[in-house]
Design a protein around this ligand. Structure first.
Ligand code: NAD
Ligand code: IPM
Ligand code: MN
Length: 372
C-alpha cells in the first residue's frame, strides 16, 4: 500500500488531479498497485483565507508519504511569485527534489514539425539551484547594503552586497548560484540515467559563453564525471538547443539542463508533443519524497470550463507509478493514452471534442478493459 499526498492546488490543477486519481483508482483495480491518498488543502484558496502557504505542519505530514501527486499552483488574485515560491519552489527545496525529469516524446500525429521523425528526449532539469534560489534584492537610493541569506539542504549562503546608488538610481538583481555538490549529484544522476536508457552520451545545455562563472564550473565538473562514468558528453548553448529541438529532435536522448533554461526548453518540448496538456514531470529526490505533476500551470484562462487536457497529469501519474516500483502499471497508462489519441478520445486542444472528465473517463475505461 502506497501512501500518497494529493495536492490539487489551483485552477485546472484541481480538474486534472481529479482525473489522475480516477486513473490511479482504475490501475489499482486491475493490478497489485494499491494506494491511499490524503488530500492537502494547499494553494491560493487557503492562502487567501488564512495567509498560509506551506506550513511546518504540512511539511511534517508530507514527509511521511511515499510520494506527492501535485496539480498546479498560481492564481490571478495573488501577486506573481507568492504561491510559486511559497508553495512549489519551497516544496522542491524542502524535500531536496534536485532532479526534475521531463520526457518529451513524439506522440504522433500531434508533433507540429514538418518531418515525421520519432524522438524521445529525456530532459533532466536541475531543480534546486541556478536562478531559482530567490537570491536577489532591490535597492533604492541610500539603501547601501543588502544581506542575502539562502538555505538549502546542501549549504547555506550568506552574502553581503554593497551598493552605492546615486540619489536617482535603483537596482534589482537576481543571482544564479551553482555549487560543486549540487553539480556533482546532478551530473551523476544524468550519466546514470543515460546509461540506464542505453544512451551513449549526455547533452549538457548552458550559456557558458556568457555566464562563464556558473556554467564554466558546471562544464568542468560534467567533463570529469563523463570520464568517471565512461559516457560521452556534448555541450549545447541554450539558444542553439532551442533551434535544434525543432530541426533535429531525434538526435537527443538524455539532456541535462540547469534550472531556468530547463523550465523554458521543456515548455517548448511540451509543444513538440502536442501542447502543455501533454507534458508530465517528476521532481525527484532519489533518497526522499518525490513529487509528480504536469509541467503546465493553473491555466486561469480555461479554469473551471472543463477544457483542460488531463493527459499531462495522467503521464505524471505514470511517472509516479514507475518511480514507486510499478513500471508495468505505468506502461498501461501510456498505452491507454496512445489508444485515446488514436481514437480521437481527447480534449479540444488535441482536436477532440471531449471535456476534461470525459477524456479522463476514456483512459479509465481503456485501463479497466484489460481486466476482461
Ligand atoms: P499555464 O501552463 O498555466 O498555461 C499556458 C497556456 O497553456 C494557457 O493558454 C493554458 O490554457 C494552456 N494550457 C496549460 N495547460 C493546459 C492543459 N492541461 N490543457 C489545455 N491547455 C492548457 O501557464 P501560465 O498561463 O503562464 O501560468 C498560469 C499560472 O500558473 C501562473 O500563476 C504561473 O505562475 C503558474 N504556473 C504553475 C506551474 C506549476 O504549478 N507547476 C507551472 C507553470 C505555471
Ligand atoms: C514549472 C513552473 C515553475 C518553474 C514555476 C511555477 C515556479 O513553470 O514547473 O515549470 O518555473 O519551475
Ligand atoms: Mn514552467
Amino acid at each position: 500500500m502506497k501512501h500518497l499526498a494529493i495536492i490539487p492546488g489551483d485552477g485546472i490543477g484541481k480538474e486534472v488531479t481529479e482525473v489522475g486519481l480516477a486513473v490511479l483508482d482504475a490501475v489499482s483495480e486491475i493490478s497489485s498497485f494499491d494506494y491511499d491518498g490524503e488530500l492537502f488543502d494547499i494553494g491560493s484558496d487557503r492562502y487567501l483565507r488564512t495567509g498560509e502557504l506551506l506550513t511546518d505542519e504540512d511539511i511534517d505530514d508530507l514527509r511521511k508519504k511515499d510520494a506527492i501527486y501535485f496539480g498546479a499552483i498560481g492564481d490571478p488574485r495573488v501577486k506573481p511569485g507568492v504561491l510559486e515560491q511559497g508553495v512549489l519552489l519551497r516544496m522542491r527545496a524542502v524535500f531536496d527534489q534536485y532532479i526534475n525529469l521531463r520526457p518529451v516524446t513524439s506522440w504522433f500525429p500531434l508533433v507540429p514539425l514538418k518531418r515525421e521523425v520519432p524522438f524521445d528526449i529525456h530532459f533532466i532539469r536541475e531543480n534546486t539551484e541556478d536562478f531559482y534560489m530567490g537570491a536577489g534584492g532591490r535597492f533604492g537610493p541610500g539603501d547601501g547594503t543588502s544581506r542575502l541569506k539562502v538555505k538549502r539542504e546542501l549549504y547555506e549562503l550568506d552574502v553581503e552586497l554593497n551598493v552605492e546608488a546615486e540619489p536617482a538610481d535603483e537596482f534589482a538583481f537576481e543571482i544564479g548560484f551553482l555549487s560543486r555538490k549540487g553539480i556533482d549529484r546532478f551530473a551523476d544522476y544524468a550519466f546514470r540515467y543515460a546509461a540506464a536508457r542505453g544512451d551513449d552520451k549526455v547533452t549538457l545545455v548552458d550559456k557558458a559563453n556568457v555566464c562563464t562563472h556558473v556554467y564554466g564550473m558546471q562544464r568542468e565538473i560534467f567533463e570529469a564525471k563523463a570520464e568517471e562514468h565512461g559516457m560521452g558528453l556534448e555541450f549545447m548553448f541554450v539558444d542553439a538547443m532551442a533551434m535544434a529541438m525543432i530541426v533535429r529532435p531525434e538526435t537527443f536522448g538524455t539532456v541535462a539542463v540547469p534550472n531556468l533554461f530547463g523550465d523554458i526548453l521543456t515548455d517548448l518540448g511540451a509543444q513538440l508533443q502536442g501542447g502543455l496538456g501533454m507534458g508530465g514531470s517528476g521532481n525527484i529526490n532519489p533518497q526522499g519524497v518525490s513529487m509528480f505533476e504536469p509541467i503546465h500551470g493553473s491555466a486561469p484562462d480555461i479554469a473551471g470550463q472543463g477544457k483542460a487536457n488531463p493527459i499531462a497529469a495522467i503521464l505524471a501519474a505514470q511517472m509516479l507509478l514507475e518511480n514507486q516500483g510499478y513500471p508495468e502499471e505505468g506502461m498501461m497508462l501510456r498505452e491507454a493514452v496512445r489508444y485515446c489519441l488514436d481514437h480521437g478520445k481527447t480534449t479540444r486542444d488535441l482536436g477532440g471534442n471531449l471535456n476534461t472528465e470525459q477524456a479522463g473517463r476514456a483512459v479509465v475505461e481503456h485501463v479497466l478493459n484489460r481486466k476482461k
